[in-house]
Design a protein around this ligand. Structure first.
Ligand code: UD1
Ligand code: BG6
Length: 371
């Protein structure tokens, strides 16, 4: 049932304040006078000791699920102190990459039925790794065949392009990082700040959804473009990849997410006064680096659309004309949850304006169960 919405993708984008609440329900502990704020993930609590002892954590997934894991990687590394590596499921299987008994492998899949991810799971099980699932589907093959895991509880997602599952996956993996790091006293203040940020997140998502009309206007401007680049780094490298994936899969427009640190090593050659470029430059440790990326793109007359923190428009757009998308600020590691929302809205409106099928894009399936 689409309710008041025209399409499932639209409904699922606007549902995110609620789906995130459901994802966190019963899992955040408010703490008290003598008890610290903490996280309780029932599905992994008995495995935390093993996870903390592992030599490496390996995230494995496809498409949007891979991007969600990439968004959570920095906070997992920070709070666990364990190296975290990323694997696209099919590539791990193609390479028969080394997986060891001392590894914790984390399988991220909305449907829990993606053939590539399942094959990688089979491979990791054969190699004796601890296999953890993160899925939206109770009773799915990933949920059944992993040793333990966390259901993201985002509610049924019907649009082929994943939206609310993406933000819920990031939140679950941030909670996973908090749970793994829970025995480290030195990071307690940081963990508590993130937990406060999680409590506040649905409200902030509601706020960023108010950009709907603004994103529709931007889509109108971009309607006839051939291509769109999205630059991000740090916590928002994943946002760049995921924003570009949304535009590509539903609006059928070529789009590429680019790690801003790689700009000079190739992508800069594409910049001219016609190609639209989204630069994600919200406040975090990488902000000044992104400011210099913007300046370099300006110097080459790039057609810029800058996503920045509310109130920062003047400081990100010095010396050039650019369009600005201002978003509310949250804890740095949760910022990808906010920043993807305007890009989801942009992809949605671009698709509708271009007259394509939003919920069932050409040639794609919600769950790819064959190889
Ligand atoms: C569970 C209940 C939830 C109940 C809550 C009360 C289920 C599905 N969930 O939620 O209804 O409100 O207790 O405390 O009954 N698992 C995997 N692989 C995966 C995902 C999950 O093995 O990919 C396993 C977990 O290790 C766990 C079980 O499935 O044993 C349920 O996981 P999850 O729903 O995340 O656990 P809770 O949040 O504790
Ligand atoms: C398909 C979908 O390719 O599978 C994508 O079209 C999705 O939207 C990908 O991200 C992975 O799916 P899952 O269910 O494993 O998260």
């Amino acid at each position: 049932n689409k309710g008041k919405y025209e399409h499932y993708m639209q409904k699922e984008i606007h549902e995110q304040p609620e789906s995130l609440k459901t994802t966190m329900r019963g899992r955040l502990i408010r703490g008290g006078s003598c008890k610290a704020k903490s996280v309780l993930l029932g599905g992994i609590k008995d495995h935390l000791k093993t996870i903390r002892r592992s030599r490496r954590i390996v995230f494995i997934g496809c498409g949007t699920s891979y991007n969600a894991a990439l968004a959570a990687r920095p906070i997992l590394e920070e709070l666990s102190g364990i190296p975290v590596t990323m694997e696209i499921a099919s590539d791990l299987v193609d390479r028969q990459g080394p997986i060891y008994r001392e590894d914790t492998t984390v399988f991220v899949s909305q449907s829990g039925e993606t053939a590539d991810t399942l094959q990688a799971l089979e491979y990791a099980l054969e190699n004796g790794a601890l296999c953890v699932g993160i899925t939206n589907t109770v009773g799915s093959a990933i949920a059944r065949n992993t040793h333990c895991g966390v259901h993201i509880n985002a509610g049924c997602e019907i649009g082929v392009a994943s939206t609310k599952a993406y933000t819920s996956q990031i939140v679950v993996m941030a909670m996973l990082a908090l749970a793994i790091g829970d025995d480290t006293i030195s990071s307690q203040a940081r963990r508590e700040a993130i937990i406060d940020g999680l409590f506040d997140l649905p409200k902030k998502v509601k706020e960023v959804l108010k950009l709907d009309q603004e994103m529709k206007d931007l889509a109108q401007l971009l309607i006839a473009e051939q291509s769109l680049l999205v630059f991000g780094r740090g916590y928002n490298y994943a946002t760049a990849l995921e924003g570009a994936l949304k535009v590509k899969e539903v609006a059928l427009m070529h789009s590429e997410g680019i790690l801003a640190g790689e700009m000079k090593h190739g992508p800069l050659a594409l910049v001219d006064e016609t190609l639209p470029i989204v630069v994600i430059a919200t406040r975090d440790a990488c902000f000044s680096k992104q400011q210099s990326v913007i300046q370099q793109l300006h110097a080459r007359k790039g057609r810029l659309i800058v996503m920045c923190t509310k109130g920062d428009a003047a400081s990100v757009c010095v010396g050039g004309s650019c369009r600005v998308i201002e978003v509310p600020q949250v804890e740095d590691c949760l910022q990808p949850v906010i920043n993807i929302v305007p890009l989801q809205l942009l992809a949605y409106h671009l698709t509708v304006l271009r007259g394509y099928n939003v919920d069932q894009p050409r040639n794609l399936a919600k769950s790819v169960t064959t190889q």
